[in-house]
Design a protein around this ligand. Structure first.
Ligand code: NAP
Length: 333
């Protein structure tokens, strides 16, 4: 049994890590404000605001593993300085968004990162990738080899707070005909979705195994059309579809990838994103990443619908509203 401290643990991935670690018989503490959803049952709750001084005082002690999820370099620096001397191994959950370029399919962990955001700079969401690079840099500066840097690609599964991976299975499950589906007109668009539960298991396994250095934790590379077909089949949808030529997106005011009025998972055309969802997964597979089939992820999303956090919110977090979809289909006719 290991003593594990999660810096976070009250939201999606962090909570999944905490629950799996508890299920495996480890002793788990989570440090967060606890403002969103409370602490996982069975974990020791350490309520602290990391934007204020002394946030780590109540976490003093000996830890076998710290799992850090922050996006703020100021948090990463203060935590590693306060807790590192009492911690055997450290995992920083970074992101493939930390990479400088997304144009080359098959790029591995040695690819260049964005210029790191400094710990004194104020964090904004626009600087997410640079901030994750900054957190990595600060972690390594303090821990050297005794740190694992996990770089997830797109995370999917039940409870996805962004709605990117839930939109297509839930749209097909809704059954309303026809379903507007992307027609990428021969452009090679790809998607790599790693299930949140598989990612959590990998983070714990690699962390407790004492792995160090960077590793891409990404899903299997799949053509966009196969991903849409998998969502359709998981929902058992046999109705009509309306193929939507993706070259129309800009003039129709339809966004790529995520957010309201978008086609989720559809990357912008062109070479800049040709490698975005085609990152090398070789190292993670060598280190024990086990991935369930995407069809299972989609089936579980459908089964969990209505019990997902945010399910009662107005409209989809990512994707088209029913009215917008109907308008677009009308314009195709
Ligand atoms: N979604 C994706 O596709 C994707 C892709 C690549 C990488 N990632 C990375 O994967 C991780 C996702 O983590 P997650 O799902 O658990 O959500 P998250 O929103 O990144 O979690 C942040 C955690 O930090 C805590 N926190 C935030 N501000 C705090 C403060 N001032 N003081 C104390 N605690 C604070 C939050 O809890 P409280 O609000 O309760 O304080 C929460 O538990 C992140 O590292 C993200 O960058 C995500």
């Amino acid at each position: 049994m290991a003593k594990i401290l999660i810096l976070g643990g009250t939201q999606w991935l962090g909570r999944t890590i905490a629950q799996q670690a508890l299920g495996d018989g480890h002793e788990v503490a989570c440090l967060a404000r606890g403002t969103t959803g409370g602490f996982p049952e069975g974990a020791t709750a350490i309520t602290a605001d990391r934007d204020t001084g002394g946030a780590y005082d109540a976490a003093a002690g000996q830890w076998d593993l710290v799992v850090e999820l922050t996006r703020k370099p100021s948090h990463a620096k203060a935590a590693v300085e306060a807790l590192s001397p009492h911690t055997e191994h450290w995992v920083y959950v970074s992101s493939c968004s930390a990479y400088a370029l997304h144009s080359k399919p098959g790029a591995a962990e040695a690819a260049k990162l964005l210029t790191a955001l400094d710990s004194t700079a104020e964090y904004t969401d626009e600087q997410y990738g640079a901030a994750k690079a900054g957190c990595e840099w600060l972690t390594v500066a303090s821990r050297g080899n005794a740190a694992l840097l996990v770089r997830p690609g797109l995370i999917g599964g039940p409870g996805d707070p962004t709605g990117r991976t839930t939109y297509w299975p839930l749209r097909f499950a809704a059954g309303r005909e026809p379903v507007l589906v992307p027609d990428d007109e021969g452009d090679a668009r790809y998607v790599q979705i790693v299930d949140v539960r598989d990612l959590a298991a990998f983070i714990l396994r690699a962390g407790l195994d004492g792995r160090h250095g960077p590793v891409n934790a990404v899903g299997a590379e799949m053509p966009l059309g196969d991903v849409i077909a998998s969502a359709q089949s998981a929902a058992g949808y046999t109705g009509t579809v309306a193929p939507y030529p993706l070259h129309r997106m800009e003039e129709d005011g339809v966004g790529p990838w995520a957010g309201p009025r978008s086609l989720p998972l559809v990357l912008p055309a062109g070479s800049d994103f040709a490698g975005f969802a085609r990152r090398s997964d070789r190292k993670a597979l060598r280190w024990g990443l086990v991935r369930r089939p995407l069809a299972e992820t989609f089936a579980d999303i459908i089964a969990a619908d209505g019990r997902l956090p945010g399910a009662d919110d107005d409209g989809p977090r990512s994707g088209l509203s029913a009215d917008h979809e109907t308008d677009l289909i009308g314009q195709l006719a």
